[in-house]
Design a protein around this ligand. Structure first.
Ligand SMILES: [Zn+2]
Length: 448
């Protein structure tokens, strides 16, 4: 078998991170150029196309959503003794951020706000914040993260599970028929400041085109000060509400305050591509199974609103992964002895937009998901010199790990480091009931 040539990887990184590639932005010319280039490399290697209609490209339909300047977000106390409190008009970006996930140019919300603690229903941890309460048509107020614990068997202790992530909380609220979900931002709980929320929830955000998955008219965050004011207007105490949420006995609490919102959005439909090539397996039976090698090719593109050098070249993130991917493709294609299983080489799009290319691939895999034996993903491979130790994050959840990883580690002289307690938003623990969420969660290694 030919060997991997580091020089080749370096040349690919050089090209993909060139200014001419314009930062490989999703929905931008540079991103499309990168996809075409990678597809061309696969073709020159002699790999077979495994995208749409006999091509190397799998079309990923997306929309870009930009909140309109005339969006209004108002907290309106209900009648009775609260009626002397004035409605509170929230200031965009300072007080709240919100996106309309329904991909409509306009939506209206006038709904009661119900506090649902962490907004988590996790039968495997015997935890249910909803307690069967019907939240259809409501706006749910909730905390970020998950109930605090040192017990590895309870929400995996200090490691953040998928349940603690805002993506899950919005998904679960939408599945239960809520029209909106508002996350209370608290720096210590989110592990990042309001500035991060403000920056990552402003301007255009990309979403997969609607595919029948329930969506919220308002997927929002509010500043802690506003949450305090909201609680006190409702005659409640936010600190007590937060403490209550750490108990198994927590029950949803209506706030007797309504959210009155007029959401306007600029909706820009566009398409981007995953690039998929295959080397068919050589074994009659095993060729129906596949091993995936993945790396995202997109980065942040050009930011026209920024002065000076506004190209985000993304040499490390993730021209490196793509360079490795293309070199693996070249070596596999030229190998005298073909692998038993089919080898899929996939470069996904829109990772920086929230793993959208991976999510789409997970929902539309090139072979049935149950036939995928393994996915090895390459992302942001930093030039740090020769590694001495390796952290095989997530691998312990696969059957591949005990069989192969350990053997590889033995022969490679790398020191193995168990998964460290991570930053809360960077580690994903197993979802024991995979059917509860998006299909891409079935492939934990695609994340990141
Ligand atoms: Zn990356």
């Amino acid at each position: 078998m030919q060997s991997i040539r580091p020089d080749n990887i370096e040349q690919q990184v050089r090209f993909l991170s060139h200014d001419l590639l314009e930062g490989r932005g999703t929905g931008q010319r540079g991103g499309d150029l990168a996809a075409e280039y990678i597809a061309t490399q696969f073709a020159l290697d002699g790999l077979k196309p495994a995208g749409d209609d006999g091509s190397y490209l799998q079309k990923v339909p997306m929309v870009g959503i930009t909140p309109g300047a005339d969006t209004r977000f108002t907290l309106v106390p209900a009648g009775g003794q609260l009626s002397d409190i004035n409605p509170l008009d929230l200031k965009p970006l300072d007080d709240y951020v919100a996106y309309d996930q329904t991909q409509q140019p306009e939506s209206n919300i006038d709904a009661e706000i119900v506090y649902v603690g962490y907004g988590i229903e996790a039968p495997e941890y015997n935890w249910d914040d909803y307690k069967g309460v019907d939240v259809k048509g409501k706006v749910l107020l909730m905390l970020v993260n998950q109930p605090p614990s040192d017990d590895p068997k309870f929400f995996t202790g200090k490691t953040l599970t998928y349940y603690g992530r805002w993506v899950y909380k919005y998904e679960e609220a939408a599945r239960k028929g809520a029209v909106g979900a508002i996350l209370i931002h608290k720096t210590e709980m989110a592990s990042y400041g309001w500035e991060v929320v403000r920056n990552s929830f402003s301007g255009e955000k990309s979403y997969l085109k609607l595919d029948g998955t329930p969506k919220l008219k308002a997927a929002a965050w509010i500043h802690l000060d506003i949450a305090r004011k909201l609680a006190s207007d409702a005659g409640m105490d936010l600190d007590k509400m937060m403490a209550d949420a750490t108990s198994r006995d927590f029950k949803p609490a209506p706030l007797h305050v309504r959210l009155s919102a007029h959401m306007t959005s600029k909706v820009r439909p566009f398409e981007s591509d995953n690039v998929i090539a295959v080397l068919p397996g050589s074994d009659k039976k095993l060729k129906d199974e596949g091993v995936l090698y993945t790396a995202h090719y997109d980065h942040f593109g050009i930011r026209p609103d920024m002065p000076g050098d506004n190209i985000f070249n993304g040499a490390m993130d993730n021209a490196t992964g793509c360079g490795i991917l293309m070199e693996i493709a070249r070596v596999y294609a030229g190998a005298a002895q073909k692998p038993h299983r089919s080898i899929f080489i996939v470069s996904v799009t829109a990772e920086e937009q929230g793993l959208l290319g991976s999510e789409y691939l997970g929902k539309h895999p090139p072979i049935p998901a149950g036939k995928i034996s393994l996915d090895l993903n390459y992302d942001n491979v930093l030039p740090l010199g020769s590694p001495e130790e390796v952290q095989v994050s997530g691998a312990e959840r696969t059957t591949f790990y005990p069989l192969r990883c350990r053997r590889l580690l033995r022969i490679s002289a790398l020191r193995f480091v168990p998964t460290r307690a991570p930053k809360p938003d960077t580690t994903i623990a197993p979802i024991t009931s995979a059917s509860r969420g998006s299909a891409f969660r079935l492939f934990p290694s695609m994340r990141g």
